[in-house]
Design a protein. Structure first.
Length: 181
């Protein structure tokens, strides 16, 4: 949030992780997060950003059996293993190692506030609620058919094609990277 307020920008993974935390872990409507982001984003686009917030909260693509809930503790070692991002934007955690940050060793010994909820518990409980709601919508759409179902099928196909394209791009990148090594 500090980066968003300072720069008016965040990378996609950070936006998505914050969105799933707010909507799924905290149980707050995506509308609030989308409005907050639009107040700060320099690259804000109402249609794209609202759709992304809906997608990250599990509202879109009901025919898909899955949706993502980003794990901050998994993303830190994958996306910021040297802690440059964290040390820059969260100066209160300077001097703490990656394991110490993940284990919450800073709680009570730094000025950074303690966690506001149990991420694993809210992921399990709220994730199941969203999963069950998505299942009910999927069942209703399948039973009723019609244009709403056809639109959902078209949306799922579009998402699947997008990911197939991204998978191909990634494989090509990895092959090129291997050739250059």
């Amino acid at each position: 949030m500090r980066q968003l307020k300072t720069m008016g920008w965040m990378n996609f993974r950070m936006r998505a992780m914050c969105a799933t935390f707010l909507t799924i872990n905290c149980g707050i409507s995506w509308h609030h997060g989308a409005k907050h982001y639009m107040n700060y984003l320099v690259d804000g686009d109402l249609a794209i950003d609202n759709w992304q917030w809906q997608m990250q909260s599990g509202v879109t693509n009901p025919l898909s059996d899955t949706f993502r809930i980003y794990n901050p503790n998994k993303n830190i070692p994958e996306k910021d293993p040297d802690l440059k991002f964290i040390y820059y934007w969260v100066s209160e955690l300077k001097g703490y190692s990656l394991p110490e940050i993940i284990q919450g060793k800073y709680i009570g010994t730094s000025s950074y506030p303690p966690t506001i909820l149990d991420w694993a518990k809210t992921r399990k409980v709220n994730g199941k609620i969203i999963s069950d709601l998505r299942k009910k919508v999927r069942e209703r759409l399948t039973l009723q058919g019609g244009t709403e179902y056809e639109s959902a099928v078209a949306a799922k196909e579009t998402v699947n094609k997008y990911w197939q394209h991204k998978d191909r791009q990634y494989k090509e990148f990895k092959e090129l990277e291997a050739e250059l090594e």
